[in-house]
Design a protein around this ligand. Sequence first.
Ligand code: COA
Length: 188
Amino acid sequence: MTYTTRLLDDDTWDDFARLVEANNGVWGGCWCMGFHPEGLGKDSTADGNRRAKREHVRRRTVRQVLVYDGDECVGWCQYGPPAELPNILNRKAYEKELTELPDWRIGCIFTGRGHRGKGVARAAVAGVLDAVEKAGGGLVEAYPEQVEGREPQRGSYFHTGPEDLFAEFGFERDRKIAKWRWTMRRQV
Ligand SMILES: CC(C)(COP(=O)(O)OP(=O)(O)OC[C@H]1O[C@@H](n2cnc3c(N)ncnc32)[C@H](O)[C@@H]1OP(=O)(O)O)[C@@H](O)C(=O)NCCC(=O)NCCS
């Protein structure tokens, strides 16, 4: 498959929104807000998350690579400096052995139902590394799920991506932050 990528902005918002809506808001309505400073609280609603995400796009406080199959947005990968994406999973365990914050984090990764297993996430991560390079490069961190040595997992476990995908791009394990989750790093 040949995919193209674009950044999420005012011009591409409708394409992104169509993909989220076609997938029931993603996780029932998170709208990919989990890593943003507001996070997902017990009082957050699908409508509120949608508004919050739209506002980030308006204020340009979101960085997200969208993957297109022709005119259709079929997936994304979110990234940004730690201040923009503070709410990583297993934060306490992460901070315990933290010596140096990265310049960039990779947040949520998502491929629409019906488009999985065809290289969309691969194109999204390639797009992020390209965008990071254009922005000056630096130390990039991802927080993927280990694949090897466990039962096959369903897609939603992988909202920070599968380890093998990042290994393919040269990320290396830095430390374990949960039973099956690693901090992985690479320089760009
Ligand atoms: C995880 C996910 C992003 C993968 O997307 P995808 O477009 O199907 O992935 P790709 O086809 O680009 O796969 C690239 C590599 O990642 C790995 N990979 C992808 N899906 C995998 C899975 N289910 N199990 C193990 N490894 C997987 C493989 O190494 C694969 O390479 P291969 O096909 O040569 O084996 C997708 O399953 C998904 O969106 N899941 C839901 C995540 C979610 O809920 N996100 C919420 C964000 S707010």
